[in-house]
Design a protein around this ligand. Structure first.
Ligand code: ADP
Ligand code: ADP
Ligand code: SF4
Ligand code: SF4
Length: 592
């Protein structure tokens, strides 16, 4: 085995641990050795991996959890691709890049996916975990590997990479002007009209970029990447903020790009979409922030199944102690308990008459989680605002007073202060309570973020903090709009579990707007389905059971899902396939 020691210097605080506690407790140091030395200049500890015995004492003693020590198989050493520095993150192996293929990447945040893409797009020459600064050495190291030829072309400037960034919300800060002008600048392939049509951007071409919603920004960013004439395309989380129909559309468009001979790499956490889009996938595993390992390429189906099981068969590696399973929850017993609110039919028409929503009356029960599904722009937010008494219905009356805690789809970051400040202002007592620690804070990894500045968090970190803030408030009704955005699969499941258990144990009710089918299934007791024509008129059906709700929702989009026989996870059927036709005939779109 070989040993790596990683210190998260953002967490390390030698003054608050009683002055380099790790150095004082280390048995090697106590015997006169030097497993831990102090870097006086930067005022921080350094662990010398060659002298460290891996006893783990410093890991347990450090009050800030700043140290990770792992033993990895020695043969991995030769696959070490990049290390950011001493005691820094280590990346092992890289994904393949193949002309004519969509290669999907599946794994937790913080395990080196972006690092790999920086290398493959030529922005970062990997140091091969030493002091390498030359592409020639990289080419030598990858001799005999599928990537050798790729790196040769990259070195010779023959590869032009294009990257669709993860955080599309940041685009308006970097680019100004009209959508059309932005896309014209990107249009090296002369396909602006075609791509705009495919991604349904025609109506927003003359809008200012600052006025776009997240879903619109996402599609503009994807369009800008597609329009470039390049060799290697990378799409980082292309599904965030899109509804399911739009997700499938962009998945098809990305597939088409590969069919035309281009090499495509994509990171995607919506498993149904990743499955639909990819030819092969790599699972990335490791410890976020410490190390990441790319698996061998796998068939999409096997790769996703192995990821869910937490066990890679070819590699004989168990990377998670538990399986993620999709047991048949199709007919969750609708709660017939205490009614939170019985709402009458409501109509909302905006003053300029541009949009009309008709919502049929229904009831919400205490302790349940109701999924809200339907396209973007169909009136989901409008409906919930009426229930909350924020928006006055045009017809029908809201005469109750429910308190509502709301997490919007797009989260603003202008808060000045730490995560702990922000959350303790909402409810300091809950932060200290064992109940909230077990049910919410620990599963979402919030204590690790306490000392961080809110405005410096990544999109995924901010999402977890916003969800926590929403759930810490006292309210009758919790409304969370797209809680899965920017979260990896494990985080999505942790959030789903936390919401379910808090609602059940605190006897509250949650409405969750969600587009990731797997998460909708995992999370919801019942569904409210919205249909109609986005931006023009919408209709909300009364809450219904999961089977009826999913059938109604998916019939509107015309897509059916089958169950993977091994893991029970939902897989989208190819349109017109035997299964697709059979299921449509039976009216069973989801729970077969
Ligand atoms: P992912 O894309 O899977 O979320 P990244 O490749 O962005 O992961 O980052 C993996 C880890 O590498 C991060 O946890 C971060 O701590 C570390 N890292 C990224 N960039 C740097 C850098 N320039 N210097 C030191 N560490 C870095
Ligand atoms: P969803 O939550 O399903 O995406 P919304 O309820 O936010 O949909 O919006 C539905 C439609 O109503 C959209 O076309 C939106 O532009 C329009 N709309 C929302 N709020 C207003 C408002 N205050 N005035 C006029 N139109 C609005
Ligand atoms: Fe103290 Fe932990 Fe930093 Fe060591 S790693 S100096 S124990 S805070
Ligand atoms: Fe010292 Fe043990 Fe920590 Fe290694 S793991 S640095 S030997 S305390």
């Amino acid at each position: 085995m070989s040993r790596i020691a990683v210190i998260d210097y953002d967490k390390c605080n030698p003054d608050k641990c009683g002055h380099f506690l790790c150095e004082r407790v280390c048995p090697v140091n106590r015997m006169g050795g030097e497993a831990i030395i102090i870097d006086e200049e930067n005022y921080r500890p350094i662990i010398q991996e060659a002298s460290c015995t891996g006893c783990g004492i410093c890991v347990h003693k450090c009050p800030f959890g700043a140290i990770t020590i792992v033993n990895l198989p020695e043969q991995l050493d030769e696959d070490c691709v990049h290390r950011y520095g001493i005691n820094a993150f280590v990346l092992y192996r890289l994904p393949v890049v193949k002309d004519g293929m969509v290669v999907g990447i599946l794994g937790p945040n913080g395990t080196g996916k972006t690092t790999a893409v920086k290398i493959l797009s030529g922005q970062l020459i990997p140091n091969l975990c030493g002091d390498n600064e030359e592409w020639d050495n990289v080419i030598k190291t990858f001799r005999g590997n599928e990537l050798q030829n790729y790196f040769e072309r990259l070195k010779n400037g023959e590869i032009k990479p294009v990257v669709k960034p993860q955080y599309v919300d940041l685009i308006p800060k970097a680019v100004k002007g009209k959508v059309r002008d932005l896309l014209k600048r990107a249009d090296e392939s002369g396909r602006l009209d075609e791509v705009a049509r495919e991604l349904e951007l025609e109506n927003i071409l003359d809008r200012d970029i600052r006025q776009l919603s997240g879903g619109e920004l996402q599609r503009v960013a994807i369009a800008a990447a597609l329009l470039r004439d390049a060799h290697f395309y990378f799409f980082d989380e292309p599904s965030s903020y899109l509804d399911i129909r739009q997700r499938l559309r962009i998945a098809k468009t990305i597939r088409k790009l590969a069919d035309s001979g281009k090499a495509v790499l994509t990171v995607e956490h919506d498993l149904a979409i990743l499955d639909y889009m990819s030819d092969i996938i790599h699972v990335v595993y490791g410890k976020p922030g410490a190390y990441g390992i790319f698996s061998q390429p796998k068939s999409t189906r096997n790769g996703i199944n192995e990821f869910l099981r937490g066990y890679l068969r070819d590699e004989n590696v168990r990377f998670r102690p538990f399986e993620i399973s999709f047991t048949k929850k199709s007919e969750r017993k609708s709660q017939e308990g205490e009614i939170l609110v019985q709402y009458p039919s409501l109509v909302k028409e905006y003053e300029n008459g541009s949009f009309r929503l008709e919502a049929e009356g229904g009831e919400l029960y205490v302790g349940e989680v109701v999924g809200i599904v339907g396209p973007n722009g169909i009136g989901k937010t409008t409906f919930v605002k009426m229930l909350a008494g924020v928006e006055k219905p045009t017809e029908g009356e809201v005469d109750w007073s429910l308190t509502v805690s709301y997490k919007p789809q797009y989260i603003k970051t202008d808060y000045e202060g730490t995560v702990f400040d922000l959350l303790s202002k909402i409810d300091a007592a809950k932060l200290m309570s064992n109940f909230y620690k077990t049910e919410l804070l620990n599963p979402l990894g919030i204590p690790e973020l306490y000392d961080r500045q809110v405005n410096e968090l990544s999109g995924g970190e901010l999402q977890r903090v916003a969800i926590t803030a929403c759930l810490l408030r006292d309210a009758d009704l919790y409304l969370l709009d797209e809680p899965s955005a920017h979260l990896d699969v494990e985080q999505r499941l942790a959030v789903s579990k936390a919401i379910r258990s808090l609602m059940a144990k605190n006897e509250k009710t949650a409405l969750i707007v969600e587009h990731d089918v797997m998460m909708v299934d995992y999370l919801s007791d019942r569904l409210i389905v919205f249909e109609g024509e986005p931006g023009k008129h919408g209709r909300a059906l009364p809450p219904m059971g999961m089977r009826d709700g999913m059938n109604r929702f998916l019939a509107n989009i015309g897509i059916t899902f089958r169950r993977d026989p091994d893991t029970g996870r939902p897989r989208a059927n190819k349109e017109g396939s035997v299964k697709d036709r059979e299921q449509k005939e039976m009216g069973e779109y989801y729970y077969t």
